[in-house]
Ligand binder design. Structure first.
Ligand code: SF4
Length: 310
């Protein structure tokens, strides 16, 4: 600080000091204590400072406590559905071959057409035979020499039903003309009957290759020819020779052993089931069964049964 300034400041202090001294002595100035009460002036009784009322502070309005916050679980964002591993769909099972599931033959017919008399019957059977000759309804037409329709009498009371033509039948054009046919003729002879007393036909009219059993669809395609033959002939007794005609006529899947030697029925006509002549050629011991069956047939026809074995 400069000397001039210092001197000026000292002069000011002295002036103020003199002023205060004058003021205190004259009572013009009362110095106040720190805290608010003024110091008494000279000659004045000391004053008791009135208690200073502390301004009342209004009770603090207790702020309403906030409503208890319920512990609300914040809504969860929608969760994605759990990922479930879905097994890849396996390919649809392959249906078994039709030949394994389908019934061997369709349902039997329920009613016959009205009876026709002998002349008309023969004529209608010729018409049906012509249809079979031209038929190409199944694959068997491809390997045939000719269709094989029937042999015997269209007036017969007895109808023999076989399975299908073999090589000899395919060549000659008549059913049961091979080795099995010769056995059938011997059976007829033992029954004291001839071809004039019987009508003979197969379920299948064309020869299956290698003499295999006919397929269900082949039997379904060809069966109506046999149905029409039976309908026109209206025999008194039918003999089913072997599995194929038995299944076709009776729609039964039981074994031949269970079905053989018993009477069954096709459209109200008695049906007897017996071994096929080809089976008898391979199993000669079974001939006695068939002979017993033929006796039942004769009995049903009202013919006398020969005694002894065939
Ligand atoms: S087997 Fe019967 S359905 Fe098949 S082609 Fe010969 S006649 Fe026709």
């Amino acid at each position: 600080m400069a000397d001039a300034d210092r001197d000026e400041l000292a002069a000011l202090v002295r002036g103020w000091t003199a002023h205060f001294e004058w003021g205190r002595e004259s009572g013009a100035i009362a110095l106040r204590r720190r805290g608010g009460a003024s110091l008494p002036t000279a000659g004045e009784a000391p004053r008791v400072a009135a208690p200073v009322e502390t301004p009342r502070v209004p009770a603090a309005v207790e702020a309403p406590s906030p409503a208890p916050v319920a512990h609300v679980v914040a809504p969860q964002p929608p969760r994605a559905p759990p990922i479930v591993e879905v097994a890849k769909p396996s390919p649809a099972p392959t249906p078994p071959a039709q030949a394994e599931t389908r019934p061997l033959f369709e349902e039997p017919r329920r009613t016959f057409a009205p009876v026709v008399y002998a002349e008309e019957r023969a004529r209608l059977l010729t018409v049906v035979e012509d249809q079979a000759r031209e038929c190409r309804s199944c694959r068997l037409c491809e390997g045939r020499n000719q269709s094989v329709f029937a042999r015997g009498s269209t007036n017969a009371e007895l109808f023999f039903v076989g399975e299908a033509p073999g090589a000899d039948e395919d060549r000659i054009g008549k059913p049961f003309v091979g080795a099995a046919g010769k056995l059938l003729d011997r059976i007829l002879a033992a029954m004291k009957m001839s071809e004039d007393d019987v009508y003979i036909a197969n379920v299948i009219k064309c020869r299956p290759p290698n003499n295999r059993p006919p397929e269900p669809d082949e039997a379904a395609a060809c069966g109506p020819f046999l149905e029409r033959q039976i309908e026109l002939l209206r025999p008194k007794v039918i003999v089913a020779w072997g599995r194929t005609p038995t299944s076709f006529l009776l729609k039964k899947t039981e074994s031949m052993t269970r079905l053989r030697g018993r009477w069954h029925e096709y459209m109200g006509i008695p049906v007897l089931v017996t071994w096929h002549p080809a089976y008898l050629l391979r199993n000669p011991d079974a001939k006695k069964d068939t002979w017993a069956d033929m006796k039942l047939v004769l009995e049903k026809l009202g013919r006398p049964a020969p005694t002894g074995r065939a």
